[in-house]
Design a protein around this ligand. Structure first.
Ligand code: HEM
Length: 236
């Protein structure tokens, strides 16, 4: 197999920058185009309740998850134990925010009497959240408390890294299908035009997510001594 390309630019910084841009983008979309967010609303459309969903899902499972994936190991100074603590705490925050995001869309469906789980997006999303939670629990149990044996940790680490990447890519795919679906729903309901600024903004945000996932994969496959340290830290 051909070797992966060596990266000669600050790929981790770029991943962080694009993750931040994606989080800012979905927040801007919800506030500027969709009129903001609310956990409970008297509006008949219940749309402010829905808007909580994409914002918290994207900030949790894409931006914070991407940050915790390796940036916490790369940029947090101090002991390996501290880096590990930051990693699991940021992932916990990501899980917590996404749980509220899921609750919001579930409540929105209930209040608007819409069926649950009938779309591909919702199936991808449920799988993504379940895998994320299982991955967090297995990581906590093995690498933090009570902590597995040395051989148990060495066995789990490559699987933990693999599933981390898999779940991240799944979160990107879920978010892209969510944006696509929402845009098409709004176009069918004549809420927005095909070439409206909002529709183009949503397409651009999805393209940004695709670019972000490419960079994350590049950061992982490209050779570099720093990466080995990055991952080794979590098994020790
Ligand atoms: C990783 C991120 C995401 C996950 C895990 C996720 C998960 C889910 C799940 C499980 C549902 C089903 C709720 C139900 O049936 O009651 C849902 C619904 C929905 N989501 Fe997301 N979502 C994510 C991101 C997004 C984003 C960024 C958007 C963009 C607007 C979005 C738009 C929607 C829409 C329109 C629905 C209602 C229609 C449907 O059930 O597919 N989602 N999401």
């Amino acid at each position: 197999m051909a070797a992966a390309p060596a990266v000669r630019f600050p790929v981790f910084g770029l991943v962080r920058l694009l993750g931040l841009a994606a989080a800012a983008g979905i927040l801007f979309w919800a506030v500027h185009f969709r009129g903001g967010m609310a956990l409970s609303t008297d509006e008949e459309s219940k749309l402010p309740l829905f808007n909580v969903h994409p914002v918290l899902m994207l900030i949790g499972l894409v931006a914070l998850n991407g940050e915790a994936l390796f940036s916490s190991y790369k940029t947090v100074p101090g002991t390996k134990k501290l880096k590990k603590l930051v990693h699991l705490a940021v992932q916990f925050l990501a899980m917590f925010l996404s749980l509220i995001g899921l609750w919001a869309v579930w409540k929105f469906h209930d209040e608007r009497k819409i069926d649950h789980l009938y779309t591909l997006h919702s199936w991808l999303g449920l799988a993504c959240f379940i895998f994320f939670s299982l991955q967090w629990a297995a990581g906590f149990w093995t690498f933090w408390y009570p902590g597995g044996s040395r051989s148990g940790r060495a066995f789990l680490l490559p699987w933990h890294v693999f599933f981390g990447i898999f779940i991240y890519v799944l979160a990107i795919a879920t978010s892209v299908t969510g944006l696509l679906e929402k845009s098409i729903f709004m176009q069918s309901a004549k809420m927005i035009e095909r070439f409206s600024t909002e529709a183009m903004f949503m397409n651009s945000l999805a393209m940004l997510l695709v670019l972000l996932s490419g960079l994350v994969i590049l950061a992982i496959v490209s050779p570099g001594p720093s990466k080995i340290d990055t991952y080794r830290g979590s098994s020790e």
